[in-house]
Design a protein. Sequence first.
Length: 318
Amino acid sequence: MSIEENVVQLPTLLERLAVKIRGLLSKDAANREEWIAIQEDKCLTLAEARDAPELKADIAFSRWCEDNGFGEDVLNKNERAAAIAMGREPEALRQCLETTTRSSLQYIYHSEFSRFPYVRKPRNRRRQPSLLGAPPRQRKKAEAVYDELAAGGAPISVRELAEKAGVSEATAAKALLVKRVEAETEPLDPAAMRATMRKRYEATVRAAKKALHEEITAEVTAAICHEYDGYLVHLREREAWAQKIIAGHNGFMSRDIYRKIKACLHPDHNTFTHAAEALNLFTELEAVLVKPEGPVFSGPPLPTTAAELMARRRQNKR
């Protein structure tokens, strides 16, 4: 088997962005906070895709949307344009989404977005820099110097890369980010990202934390249920003991009957009259004084597992 056959083709940036946009469009928000997070991530992702060098032309971008399942019938061009324009201004986007009561990105952009700070005029697409906004020649120069420095194994800072390559720190930061993404072995530095990518990075971190929280919650719940199954056994024993205490709490006889039987047993009042009356009263109390031969509890048995308990609760709710 050749080396080429062992190489796994990783999805391109545009392929990853398309998958993410489809996922965002299929999500249903449970509350307003989730809706804001979904819309923010959608705007940022669309803006990043629109600024990709491969989609500089309007026709190419429209065809890319159609080919990936979110064309005019799913996300029309006006809605996309509004999302992209707001996605290029992450600070204003977040503030606007947290304030608005509308649900259409198109209406939000045309009616409210201009009221928020950090809104700048749309950039001239013909002057739009290429990948990550850095001039290709300078960025490639910085990337080549990065490869030389990385061979030594020592950490590389933005300032050091800028000085060695003879480029600006902004260009060095973008080149450093590109190399780290390609290597996928070093943690990304949010400070070195542009605003759009940093927002997407933060949104990804929040989603990962949420997923981790849900996973931990599920594991803890399973552990509690396991312990609860054992607790039910102990609970049944305590419940039987408590029933005996409750049953004996109100007494088995009235105080008047108790006094008559006591008087009959007293050596100074052991007469036939008292004995006959005490016998009748004592006979009437047979039902409560004598232990029953069968179980007293006539209802359904207690659940033996947590799953059985939850199933019974669902059945009772019906």
